[in-house]
Design a protein around this ligand. Sequence first.
Ligand SMILES: O=C(O)C(=O)C[C@H](O)[C@H](O)COP(=O)(O)O
Length: 204
Amino acid sequence: MTLTVDDILALAPVIPVLVIERVEDAVPIAQALVKGGLFALEVTLRTPAALDVIRAMSTVEGAVVGAGTVLNPAQLDEALEAGARFIVSPGLTEPLGQAAIASGVPFLPGTATAADIMRGMDMGLSRFKFFPAETSGGLPALKALAAPFHQARFCPTGGITAQSAPQWLAEPAVHCVGGSWVVPKGPIEVATIERLAREAAVLA
Ligand SMILES: O=C(O)C(=O)C[C@H](O)[C@H](O)COP(=O)(O)O
């Protein structure tokens, strides 16, 4: 099923940002996240295994697997080829933006300033990652940016925690938040991931 960017943002209040080193971890982690109630999974292209992780996670029923840290059209093509159903980028460049729009894939480019958002809107985009959320001024900055851009909606990411997420989610311009806290680095039990996902899925 083809989903729109709004469909993706509405799947759960939190998009887990995943940095997965070992492809054998992909399916158990995706199963735990889906079981916990998080369905849109952002696999960052930060590890050599990432494209195979996207392929493996895409076999898990209920998982909607996307690629993060997509920096250019070549990586966009690789991610799409691996089956990514949405694309997240830390920023917005003209080449990546044009290629993503031409492909039709739901695309969430990073923005941190009014000029970033205006560049995205010039391309016809209105859904953005706000990145890096906490160090770009946090919630006060997002509120100030959202005021003039009332059609824009955001998925703030970067420095957000289970504790701070509810304040972000209470902002009308925020559709969901992204964060790596659901799958912390290092060896971790799938039961813990499922519990963290379950807690994240009911944040509002
Ligand atoms: O990899 C990317 O594409 C990024 O843009 C960065 C990630 O979204 C953040 O690093 C997640 O932030 P934390 O939840 O603070 O770990």
